[in-house]
Design a protein around this ligand. Structure first.
Ligand SMILES: C[S@@+](CC[C@H](N)C(=O)[O-])C[C@H]1O[C@@H](n2cnc3c(N)ncnc32)[C@H](O)[C@@H]1O
Length: 258
């Protein structure tokens, strides 16, 4: 039986902590650098979670500009609300990202953005192109659309599959990546920047792997014993268990011609 919940805030925190503690890539620094938040910017964050990018945006923007953000997880939004109670330039809603176009038109105070971004979230959205369309159409003339997403294969998930636990219900997530993003960005933007970052997670203990595995969307209780036996043998032999969990980023803009 699959037990993990992708929108669960505790699971999200476990995954974020594992990346921070055991990954070779400083993921958030990379994303922040490319978001290039600047004072006065209006930012849209789709699938904001508990606010990694929102908090950084607000820190840079101060009281200028605005952040408009949505996530389907009530827990994550609540946590972010508690952390940003004093920010009057933040509009934060619990919503399905498939509704982002309608929300921009009907609900959000700020309706056009210098940056519309989704970090590790758009692949959950099912109607990817509809969401991309809504984000793109909300851009100011020289605004940027930025999507960061996992670059498969995920080594831990591959191992779980190899151990006999395929994850077909994630097919719609698997079907999203450069195959959808590149044609879309190439159709609409004069300038398209693509980056790939390798990220090697090196976990030092069986407990750390168990906790991380339980926070994933491909967690199966039945797979745990075999996985953890494999992991224990790796740690015994090498001192750690390592797998790749790489990242892909695409950014589009229409800078005025020079
Ligand atoms: C991996 S987290 C990323 C959160 C944040 N952007 C970050 O980088 O820390 C993915 C987020 O997408 C949200 N999500 C999943 N499906 C969604 C949907 N249909 N609409 C809006 N948010 C969704 C989850 O609740 C989760 O907070």
């Amino acid at each position: 039986m699959q037990t993990a919940n992708i929108t669960n805030n505790d699971s999200l925190n476990v995954r974020l902590n594992a990346n921070r503690n055991f990954g070779t890539l400083d993921f958030h620094a990379w994303v922040f650098h490319n978001c290039a938040f600047e004072s006065g910017m209006d930012v849209l964050d789709v699938g904001c979670g508990n606010g990694k990018q929102v908090l950084e945006a607000l820190r840079v923007l101060g009281s200028t500009g605005s952040v408009t953000a949505l996530d389907i997880s009530q827990d994550s939004v609540q946590q972010l609300r508690a952390a940003t109670a004093t920010a009057s330039n933040l509009e934060l809603v619990v919503a399905d990202m498939r509704e982002v176009g309608r929300l921009i038109v009907d609900t959000f105070r700020v309706k056009s953005y210098d940056l519309a971004q989704a970090t590790y979230a758009l692949f959950y959205g099912v109607e990817h192109v509809k969401i991309l369309e809504a984000m793109r159409k909300s851009l100011k003339p020289q605004g940027r659309l930025l999507v960061t997403t996992p670059l498969g294969p995920n080594g831990l998930r591959q191992l779980v599959n190899r151990l006999g636990f395929p994850t077909p219900e994630l097919a719609q997530i698997d079907n999203f990546g450069s195959n959808v993003l590149e044609p879309y960005f190439r159709s609409f933007f004069d300038q398209v920047d693509i980056q790939i970052r390798r990220n090697l997670l090196r976990l030092p203990s069986v407990e750390a792997v168990r906790e991380l595995y339980r926070s994933t969307a491909y967690h199966f209780e039945e797979a745990e014993p075999a996985l953890l036996r494999f992991v224990a043998a790796e740690i015994e032999a090498r001192g750690f268990f390592a797998f790749e969990k790489n990242a892909y980023m695409i950014q589009g803009s229409n800078p005025s011609s020079v």
